[in-house]
Ligand binder design. Structure first.
Ligand SMILES: C[S@@+](CC[C@H](N)C(=O)[O-])C[C@H]1O[C@@H](n2cnc3c(N)ncnc32)[C@H](O)[C@@H]1O
Length: 535
């Protein structure tokens, strides 16, 4: 690509996602959040992003954003619509699903995100959310996000990402929704790989081992580095994490390393915990805490983290207390700088706001290493997708010439059991699989077998095929959009992929490639926009 891909970051918080995307070589056009402190931090750290806006996305419109930007062209929109409305913590007490579902307006913020997608029509969008979105309200929201994005012309791939795999020393699993315009090939799940700078298997100690020891309540907002201590601790840490991820050499001063005070009772309770132990575990070995536990409804109160393991998920709740984040070897909870390092923020990243807010914006952030991996994946995806506009792998095809022909290829496979499907000859099966891709341009192969349970029969889409065979449209799975009758065929496609009879290009790209072929002809004749971008 000659020019960098551009992005907009909605619900940008302090900028964890943006930082990662910039590191992957993308260019930020705008970042929006309504939280004053988050925007303060964002502004302190990002000079090159044109529009950093403190706006409420329920009232600020995409048209206003377009006029500020002076363009409606953007390659990628990312965002983490707030997740509190979906958090599993609220589900555990029964308040977040079924009869006892509490209406939480934050659940609907994904609609504001999709409003921007509908307006700007980026090539790709990525939503990051907590895993709780999968089960909240019986999975209804998980389905709605996908169904509403499909209705906008996007093929949606839902993927769980484990931050540990991307080099973050933290147990943090998140839900990603990756939407790609339906005329492009399907996004391929293995595109998300750790950034080069990531240190796979990094531990909590790799992230914080060199920082000056503190007692509860000690530390300064801004101080000199203790180079002697770093030198001493270096052999016990990963130098790569320190220099490549935390970029300590680029930071002139150590900031936000300030421990919060704790009550005498909490401090003496912390002393009773061994490294890596929670208070529940300690009680099982008959430790008696001063904190008056009600054993009948006992919930974990304290956890001392372990040096040689990933840390527990850094959460915004750290703003309220740090009891689940006791330092592995010191008698206090983690400082904001330690939390930021565990989130993979570099040391030069400043948080010029009060400590409570520091904890909140850090806990809310997408770890920059994850943002970087997403950025690299999107870049490689778009480059490939644009490339495929030029050439089609020669082994793909044949493709149906129209929907009627596609249905003819597909019909013989309907109602077959798995054994009969296995016996379908290779060429006939591929033709039918391409026919599915051709008809259902918005469906993603990955969601064919992960579709939830809710089945619906209420839309007008795919009318022409359902006139020939109604079951080719209704009923279908609400979450994935896949017609129920096609599930055995999809299962067989996945089986063939696993045993090497259907390669990844064949599994993922057939229809899109074909639709592209038609588009390419249109493009060539009208010498339209895309051609210029490729090279
Ligand atoms: C999970 S955080 C996003 C963190 C961000 N992606 C990062 O990497 O740092 C969600 C953000 O949404 C913001 N937010 C919530 N409601 C909003 C609204 N109506 N308009 C704009 N921002 C909002 C919150 O202030 C919060 O910073």
């Amino acid at each position: 690509m000659k020019t960098p891909l551009t992005f907009i970051d909605l619900f940008c918080g302090c900028g964890g996602f943006s930082l990662g995307l910039l590191r992957a070589g993308l260019k930020g056009l705008a970042a929006i959040d309504f939280n004053h402190e988050a925007i303060q931090v964002f502004q302190a750290n990002f000079k090159g992003i044109g529009q950093i806006l403190e706006k409420d996305l329920t009232t600020f419109s995409p048209a206003e954003l377009e006029s500020l930007l002076g363009t409606s062209e953007v390659d990628l929109i990312v965002g983490g619509p707030p997740c509190q409305g979906f958090s599993t913590a609220r589900q555990a007490d029964g308040a977040n699903h079924g009869e006892r579902l509490k209406e939480d307006p934050r659940r609907h913020l994904y609609k504001e995100f999709l409003r921007h997608v509908a307006h700007f029509k980026p090539k790709v969008f990525v939503i990051e959310n907590v895993l709780g979105i999968r089960s909240a309200s019986g999975g209804a929201y998980f389905s709605k996000v996908q169904a509403e994005a499909r209705a906008l012309g996007y093929r949606v791939h839902a993927q769980i990402e484990d931050c540990v795999d991307l080099g973050v020393p933290q147990k943090r699993r998140r839900q990603l929704f990756i939407g790609t315009r339906e005329e492009f090939p399907a996004y391929f799940r293995s595109e998300l790989k750790a950034a080069k700078r990531a240190v796979i298997g990094a531990t909590l100690w790799d992230a914080i081992g060199d920082l000056p020891p503190l007692k509860a309540g000690e530390g300064e907002e801004d101080c000199e580095y203790d180079h002697e201590r770093r030198f001493k601790m270096l052999p016990t840490m990963s130098a790569d994490y320190l220099f490549d991820v935390l970029e300590v050499k680029k930071a002139a001063r150590l900031t936000a390393h300030r421990a919060r005070p704790h009550s005498a009772r909490d401090l003496s309770d912390f002393m009773l915990l061994t490294e890596g132990e929670s208070s529940a575990e300690a009680m099982r070995r008959s430790v008696k805490f001063e904190f008056p536990y009600d054993k009948s409804s006992f919930k974990d109160r304290y956890t001392r983290q372990h040096r040689n393991r990933p840390c527990s998920t850094i959460v915004a709740h750290l703003a309220k207390d740090g009891l689940m984040f006791i330092h592995p070897t010191q008698n206090r909870s983690l400082t904001p700088r330690e939390a930021a390092r565990i989130q993979s923020f570099p040391d030069w990243f400043e948080f010029p706001i009060a400590r409570t807010h520091q904890f909140r914006v850090i806990g809310n952030a997408v770890p920059p290493l994850v943002g970087e991996a997403v950025g690299m994946a999107v870049k490689s995806y778009i480059e490939k997708a644009m490339g495929k506009r030029k050439t089609i792998a020669s082994h793909l095809g044949p493709f149906p010439k129209d929907e009627r022909e596609a249905v003819t290829w597909l019909l013989p496979l309907l109602d077959l059991d798995s054994r009969s499907l296995r016996r379908i000859p290779d060429t006939d099966f591929k033709r039918a699989w391409y026919a599915i891709g051709f008809i259902y341009t918005g469906l993603h192969p990955d969601s064919a077998l992960e579709h939830g349970t809710k089945v619906v029969t209420d839309t007008d889409a795919y009318k022409s095929v359902s006139q020939i065979e109604p079951r080719l449209h209704n009923p279908y799975y609400e979450q994935s959009g896949w017609p129920v009758i096609l599930e055995p065929v999809a299962k067989e496609a996945w089986r063939r992929n696993q045993v090497g009879l259907l390669d990844d290009d064949e599994l993922y790209c057939s229809a899109a490639t074909h639709r592209w072929q038609r588009l390419a002809i249109e493009i060539q004749s009208s010498s339209a926009e895309f051609a210029a971008d490729v090279e």
